[in-house]
Design a protein around this ligand. Structure first.
Ligand code: 5GP
Ligand code: MG
Length: 185
């Protein structure tokens, strides 16, 4: 275990099982919607960088025709550990007319990021927009933000690993963990 890890909240084998489950559930929901014919194509809009590892595992377990679009939203710059106003960096897809969109993000906290992205994508005329979050924090705004799919609920603590960072580090840890106080400086 990495020397700065305080506690493992979600071990890698649990993540693996849950991500496969989510992928199957999402793929089934899309198939059901199409009434037994060919499932509709999916446009995935993934929010960098935190969702990267989740995205890679999720889509490899989704047997659908899909395309990826990546966007960047800044809300926790550098070492800040509380939510800041969210801002989009780079361009969103201009036109999503008739497309089924799945937003993939790492963690739902204040809900600002996902609300911003969802509203901006909804303006682009998609056939549907759904959201899958790897984690949801136990905070009031998170509970009040509607998302269709959630991997795990976690306590209101700062977590890293499986794509989530502190100051750019720890994204490569395979488990979701909390860090020792002295590492959060
Ligand atoms: P929201 O806009 O919902 O407040 O924040 C979501 C974003 O804040 C996430 O995409 C993530 O980048 C960051 N964030 C929120 N909570 C945590 C956390 O516990 N750990 C890390 N590493 N990032 C977090
Ligand atoms: Mg993020």
């Amino acid at each position: 275990m990495h020397k700065n890890v305080e506690r493992v909240l979600i071990p890698r084998d649990q993540i693996d099982v849950r991500v496969r489950e989510l992928a199957a559930q999402i793929a089934n929901d899309f198939r059901d919607e199409s009434g037994g014919d060919e499932p509709p194509e999916l446009t995935i809009v993934s929010i960098l960088t935190g969702s990267l590892i989740f995205l890679a595992d999720l889509i490899r377990n989704m047997p659908l025709m899909l395309r990826l679009r990546m966007i960047t939203v800044r809300s926790y710059p550098g070492k800040s550990m509380t939510s800041q106003p969210a801002e989009i960096e780079g361009r969103l897809p201009d036109d999503l007319t008739g497309q089924h969109v799945l937003i993939v993000d790492d963690i739902l906290d204040s809900g600002q990021t996902i609300t911003l992205v969802r509203d901006l994508l909804a303006e682009r005329n998609p056939a549907s927009v759904r959201t899958v979050m790897f984690l949801r924090k136990d905070t009031e705004p998170a509970r009040e933000t509607h998302v269709e799919y959630v991997g795990f609920d976690v306590p209101d603590e700062f977590v890293v690993g499986y794509g989530l960072d502190f100051d750019g580090y720890y994204r490569n840890l395979p488990d979701v963990v909390t860090l020792k106080r002295e590492a959060l400086k």
